[in-house]
Design a protein around this ligand. Structure first.
Ligand code: THU
Length: 160
């Protein structure tokens, strides 16, 4: 028996204004997308914006449903649409923002496990890391250089 250690490191920006300009713009698109989320049940709105290597930005937000599991997270709305519309493009950067409409959320909110799994699929497919930036409604922004940092020991097609 032996122990293995897996380390991840992240950058923490004090707020959106400290981000590089291109990422700040991307996060602003995610914030606008968040406002348009359809979240009448959880009242928790999430916005995503993805920058592709063809220069396009694709946004998404969470879409809920009265049959709760039929809804979809913002990240997957964006990533599936981006892959549907631009199947050859690579994902360079992804900006995420989330928060309740009932109270303020200043701590950075990371993507859920299912979205990490989906983002991982595309990161492996394109064989290049995707930068992920996530925040609450305001406040600090965390940057991960790769989805892999957020999903150690992930499951992928090599096991099939
Ligand atoms: N949600 C997302 O859109 N992304 C995540 O990574 C976490 C959760 C949505 C799903 C649901 O509409 C609401 O947030 C509450 O879970």
């Amino acid at each position: 028996m032996k122990e293995i250690k897996i380390e991840s490191s992240f950058l923490v920006y004090s707020d959106i204004n400290e981000l590089p300009n291109d990422v700040k713009g991307l996060m602003q698109e995610a914030i606008e997308a968040r406002k348009n989320a359809y979240a009448p049940y959880s009242k928790f709105k999430v916005g995503a914006a993805i920058l592709l290597d063809n220069g396009e930005v694709v946004i998404g937000n969470n879409q809920e449903n009265a049959a709760y599991p039929s809804g979809m997270c913002a990240e997957r709305v964006a990533i599936f649409y981006a892959s549907a519309k631009y199947p050859k493009a690579k994902f360079l950067k992804m900006a995420l923002t989330a928060g309740s409409i009932e109270h303020d959320t200043s701590s950075p909110i990371p993507p859920c496990g299912a979205c990490r799994q989906v983002i991982s699929e595309y990161e492996i497919k394109q064989d290049a890391p995707i930068e992920i930036y996530f925040m609450g409604k305001t406040g600090k922004v965390i940057k991960s250089n790769s989805l892999a940092n957020l999903l150690p020991l992930g499951f992928d097609s090599s096991y099939l």
